[in-house]
Design a protein around this ligand. Structure first.
Ligand code: UDP
Length: 354
């Protein structure tokens, strides 16, 4: 671990990484990076790198864990063994269990779980590189991965931390500030301004506490703008396709709008693009609904089997094609074909030899 710096804030009021005291680190967001997940997001924040995958809603097994009136959210925060200077022992730790719990609770007020009784929504947050603020980075990414999965939410959740170094409050701690600072105060806030996570390490006076909260709110507001922008750029084409008015696209309900878009995609994939009429009749939408519901139930039970089948299918298809090709060549060789056919056959066998 690096040594404690003598000073965290220089005479110009700048921090060790050149930021102002109320400036957040640079953030890069990419949504929909994993093809197997229902929703995913890769997020870099300063030197933090996190990847979040969302699966569901899908039927929860074993059934005794199901909730009769709502879906269960499971949130797993995990640090990769190579994510920090000293190797992290794989598997859950006291810290990761605690972070998983508080992060799940940060989403419970916004995810509309009552729409999916008996189901589960799994959120896997993997920290690939850690540099302070990983729980808040993971929450920011999870919020987008949930939206990407089309999970109905009342709004997004954004998170950031305030700390205290050299007796001053600073927004979005870097590693040195986190390790050697006098306080660490991570907060998550919903789009409605509801605080869904608030933790505190170290000491703050009452005044400092109030100011820290204001700084967190401002940081989260900025992050939420970036989250919305990331969603807009990911789904811009789809949003145009369903003719969402500009005001709606910019409003808080981006996530709800995306749900429709993502559901349309799922239906198209399931029934085949040619079966989706441009002007859906009542009958079509009922079919679509039925297909969508069936697909969701089957997804939970058959996901692993389907993946295996896909892989074995893919393996089988290649030899099939080769066998047919060889048969064809044999037949052609046996026949008294004309010269042109023979040329094609010899060209084909040359290609295969390559
Ligand atoms: N950290 C570490 N090893 C650990 C846990 C944390 O090196 O086992 C580092 C990591 O860089 C992390 C930072 O300490 O980002 C701060 O950890 P904290 O528990 O405050 O959580 P975070 O700020 O990442 O949410």
């Amino acid at each position: 671990m690096s040594d404690k710096p003598e000073k965290f804030i220089d005479e110009n009021g700048l921090r060790l990484d050149g930021r102002q005291i109320d400036e957040i680190r640079q953030m890069k967001i990419k949504i929909g990076v994993l093809s197997r997940a229902d929703g995913s997001c890769y997020l870099e924040w300063g030197n933090n790198k996190v990847l979040v995958a969302v699966y569901g809603p899908r039927e929860l097994h074993p059934r005794r864990l199901q909730k009769a009136d709502s879906a269960l959210i499971r949130y797993r925060y995990n640090m990769a063994a190579f994510s920090v200077e000293d190797r992290i022992r794989p598997g859950p730790s006291r810290r990761s269990i605690e972070i998983s719990k508080v992060s799940r609770e940060a989403f419970e007020p916004v995810v509309m779980t009552h729409l999916y009784p008996g189901a589960v929504i799994d959120v896997f947050a993997e920290v690939l590189q850690a540099d302070a603020g990983t729980r808040t980075a993971a929450i920011n990414a999870a919020s987008l991965a949930l939206a990407d999965a089309g999970i109905p939410m009342k709004g997004l959740v954004a998170a950031c931390a305030v700390g205290k170094v050299d007796g001053q409050l600073v927004l979005d701690l870097n590693k040195a500030e986190d390790n050697y600072g006098q306080a660490d105060f991570p907060v998550a806030i919903t789009q409605d301004g509801e605080i869904t996570l608030l933790q505190m390490d170290g000491d703050l006076t009452q005044e400092e506490f109030k100011k820290a909260l204001e700084m967190c709110k401002e940081g989260c507001r900025q992050i939420m703008e970036m989250q919305k922008e990331a969603l807009r750029s990911k789904f811009a084409d789809d949003l145009l396709a369903v003719q969402v008015p500009d005001e709606a696209a910019e409003s808080i309900d981006v996530a709800a709008t995306l749900e429709d878009v993502v559901e349309e995609d799922i239906i198209e994939e399931d029934v085949g693009a040619e079966e989706v009429s441009e002007e859906p009749s009542e009958e079509t939408s009922e079919d679509d609904l039925a297909i969508s519901e069936d697909a969701e139930i089957e997804l939970a039970e058959d996901e692993l089997v389907a993946e295996e089948l896909d892989e074995s299918d893919a393996d089988e298809k290649i030899p099939d094609v080769e066998v047919e090709f060889v048969d064809l060549l044999d037949e052609e060789a046996d026949e008294e074909a004309d010269d042109e056919d023979k040329e094609v056959a010899s060209e084909g066998s040359e290609t295969r030899e390559q």
